[in-house]
Ligand binder design. Structure first.
Ligand SMILES: [Zn+2]
Length: 483
């Protein structure tokens, strides 16, 4: 992007709430069933039906509001947002207009900037509750569009940020922090690939130094961090080029094709008054007591940034490690369970951030599907710490554990991988290696340190990596220095 321009970004994030039932009826919210099997007269908007608000929806939204430092409204209401679209059977969506449940919050995020990390506070304008729409399925073969009502009236919260972000990196950091908070609260499963966490990007550009915002576009429904990043780079450059050509930016709703890396206009953007919002006459206002809000506040789980501080204090982990382990609640849980079995936090952190992350990435799975369970991970570190196996063998055992899900003791026993720590056995091999490599002995004595490494390597080769490396080193030095 050109240096003389600045990009202004605000995000509207939709998170599907992890309630068992929909927002105004008893239909299940389960994902992935046959089309139109999870619907009833209420969520398909049949005449004569009446909605009843699911109390869990309010509880989850208040949790999200408190965790993002919002003011919680003691009095709010729901409104009808009117528009016609085939995915909306009632021809209106029940949402919240002028009195949202939560407002005026903020989140502090750590941004991985091009010149290093920095912290930034991003304002949250509001969080409101609303219902999701149905899903349209376009059949490329017949050209037909089919409607699946299962998603109709699945509860959502919409989290609207202030236009505080100035780069793709900041937008991604905001989204990652928000995802992590919602996961910690267990109010949404945040599966971006299934659409349960998705984001609309509002973006405009202006010359640096200008104080007025430019005309913004809204790109809908981005469902990966990569797509958000790519869209922002694309759209900022598109707007700058347009302005440089003397063109104008239209206020419009756009889509982004992340595979092709291009965005395109969908329709000119509606203003709020195009939706003819009015209060939902079938639902009473939401009135919350001080006790209700205090009770939720008192039961909030430990948030990621607090957990991170605790890891630094309690386990003496570097800040970087603490951050890596606490970004996701599932990873933090894995770590915490592992250290209850073997108390070596730093070594366990290293295994998780190194080998486990690598294997999970390769297998494209999350840590809760990891074939290695915390108890076995702890055992592997214990075997290593006690000198039963060498670090080289430990890597080999780890690979095998990931493949087979077997316990490390079993693998070590089956394959005879126990480290050789028997002094006479090692001495015998060391002596033999020294005798067979006279040139290396000469080199060592001539001050070439690399020769020692070579001899250690030869002993490890002879023992298939099972010799205790510390003992090998000591014995080699002893022999070399006396001969
Ligand atoms: Zn229903």
């Amino acid at each position: 992007m050109r240096e003389d321009y600045e990009v202004i970004i605000g995000l509207e994030v939709h998170a599907e709430l992890a309630t068992h039932t929909k927002i105004y009826c008893n239909c299940t919210t389960e994902f992935g069933s046959d089309p139109n099997t999870h619907c009833c007269p209420i969520c398909t908007g049949m005449p004569g039906t009446l909605p009843v608000l699911n109390e869990k929806v309010v509880e989850y939204a208040v949790k999200a509001g408190l965790a993002t430092n919002c003011e919680i409204a003691r009095f709010s209401k729901q409104d009808r947002k009117n528009y016609f679209y085939p995915d909306l059977p009632k021809a209106y969506q029940i949402s919240q207009y002028d009195l949202p449940l939560c407002k005026d919050g903020h989140m502090d995020v750590t941004v991985e900037g091009k010149q290093g990390n920095y912290k930034k506070r991003i304002g949250i304008t509001r969080i409101h509750i609303e219902e999701d729409a149905a899903k349209l399925i376009h059949d490329a073969y017949t050209g037909d569009t089919l409607v699946d009502m299962n998603r109709c009236a699945v509860p959502l919260i919409e989290i609207v940020s202030e236009p505080d972000m100035r780069s793709a990196e900041e937008a991604v950091a905001y989204m990652q922090t928000l995802k992590s908070i919602l996961e910690y609260l267990e109010v949404s499963d945040c599966k971006m690939q299934e659409g349960s966490l998705r984001c609309d990007v509002n973006l405009s550009v202006r010359k640096k130094g200008e104080t007025k915002f430019g005309t913004r576009t809204e790109t809908k429904n981005l469902n990966s961090f990569r797509a958000i990043y790519n869209l922002i780079e694309f759209e900022a450059n598109r707007q700058i080029e347009e302005l440089e050509k003397g063109g104008v930016i239209y206020q419009e709703t756009r889509r982004f094709d992340d595979v092709k890396g291009i965005g395109y206009a969908m329709r000119s953007k509606e203003d709020a008054n195009d939706y003819r919002y009015f209060p939902e006459p079938d639902l009473a206002p939401i009135v919350l007591s001080e006790e209700y809000i205090a009770d939720i506040q008192n039961h909030l789980p430990e948030m990621p940034h607090i957990k991170k501080e605790r890891y630094v204090q309690m386990y003496e982990l570097p800040e970087y490690d603490a951050e890596q382990l606490t970004n996701s609640k599932k990873i933090a849980n894995f770590f915490e369970e592992t250290i209850t079995h073997w108390n070596n936090p730093k070594a366990i952190a290293n295994w998780i951030m190194g080998d486990i992350f690598r294997k999970l990435n390769e297998a494209e799975i999350e840590i809760d599907a990891c074939p290695i369970k915390p108890k076995d991970m702890a055992k592997l570190v214990e075997l290593l710490d006690k000198g039963v196996i060498s670090s080289k063998i430990a890597k080999q055992v780890f690979e095998e554990m990931f493949e087979s899900g077997k316990s490390p003791e079993k693998i070590v026993e089956e394959k005879g991988l126990v480290q050789i720590s028997d002094e006479s056995a090692i001495k015998e091999i060391v002596t033999k290696v020294v005798e067979n490599n006279p040139q290396s002995v000469v080199d060592y004595k001539a001050g070439k340190d690399r020769a020692l490494g070579f001899l250690v390597g030869q002993v490890m080769k002879e023992t298939k990596g099972k010799a205790n490396p510390k003992m090998v080193n000591e014995m080699l030095l002893e022999i070399l220095n006396q001969s």
